[in-house]
Write a protein that binds this ligand. Structure first.
Ligand code: 1GP
Length: 244
């Protein structure tokens, strides 16, 4: 089953799925990666997202290829530039940064990436990516030269998400950015949920099982956790257990 179908099917049956974001810069070596993958399997993580806004270190092995060997959890690329396209993954979020007005992240990188994707076996998922200001500016915001949607402006977020859906995007990703000070508000998630029909991904600043439950109850179909899972290896198991 494709990654998008898997998320859509879960949505239809009223389930909220869990994705772990693996930042290439946080991987120390193969054993560390294997440990992350094993814990993700044990915790019942549904999807692995792979990517980072700023990749500063070069690993001596292909992390995605290694992941495909050691886990059966689907691996979806969450790239910030075409250089992060990796054929070994299952899918790629073809992200348009809808909350910003930087043409490079709305269409520029996409043109550069298109020839690389033309003959690729990667499942390409057109995704409307919406950054929300959740405290201090995040790396994603700084690197993309884009201004996030203000925290309390639920209807701007919903209008942006609906515009993405009307443009043909198959999924909407509401993101506070990696390491966000606080998660996106329930009211914003619920408003966006009410305005769109596509699967809704929510991430950024999720640090407690309650944060995840609030996002799920407000209408998130897939919750993404990065930093907190890296810092506290048992966090995802705890979160999954509490989410049911
Ligand atoms: C960032 O939504 C992801 O794009 C995950 O954020 O690292 O804050 O969990 P955190």
């Amino acid at each position: 089953m494709s990654v998008l179908d898997d998320i859509s099917e879960a949505r239809k049956s009223g389930k909220t799925q869990l994705a772990q974001l693996i930042d290439p810069d946080q991987i120390q070596d193969f054993d560390h990666l294997a440990d992350i993958a094993q814990r993700a399997e044990d915790s019942g993580v549904n999807h692995l997202f792979f990517g980072g806004s700023l990749v500063t270190q070069k690993m001596e092995f292909d992390i995605v290829q290694a992941l495909k060997k050691i886990t059966s959890i689907p691996v979806t690329l969450f790239p910030s530039s075409p250089s992060q396209i990796d054929e070994s993954a299952d899918a790629l979020l073809f992200l348009s940064l809808l909350s910003g007005r930087n043409p490079e992240y709305l269409i520029g990188h996409h043109v550069t990436a298109a020839p690389l994707l033309k003959n690729s076996s990667l499942e390409v998922i057109p995704t409307g990516y919406i950054l929300v200001g959740c405290g201090e500016p995040t790396t994603a915001e700084y690197v993309s030269h884009s201004f996030p949607i203000p925290y309390k402006k639920d209807e701007i977020a919903a209008s942006t998400a609906l515009a993405g859906q009307l443009l043909g995007m198959k999924m909407i990703y509401l993101d506070g950015g990696s390491g966000a000070e606080k998660p996106i508000s329930e009211s914003m998630i619920a408003t966006v949920r009410a305005w769109i029909d596509t699967p809704l991904v929510v991430g950024g600043g999720i640090r407690t099982p309650e944060d995840a439950k609030r996002a799920a109850n407000a209408g998130a179909d897939l919750i993404v956790v990065g930093n907190h899972a890296e810092k506290y290896p048992n966090f995802l198991a705890e979160l999954k257990a509490q989410m049911g």
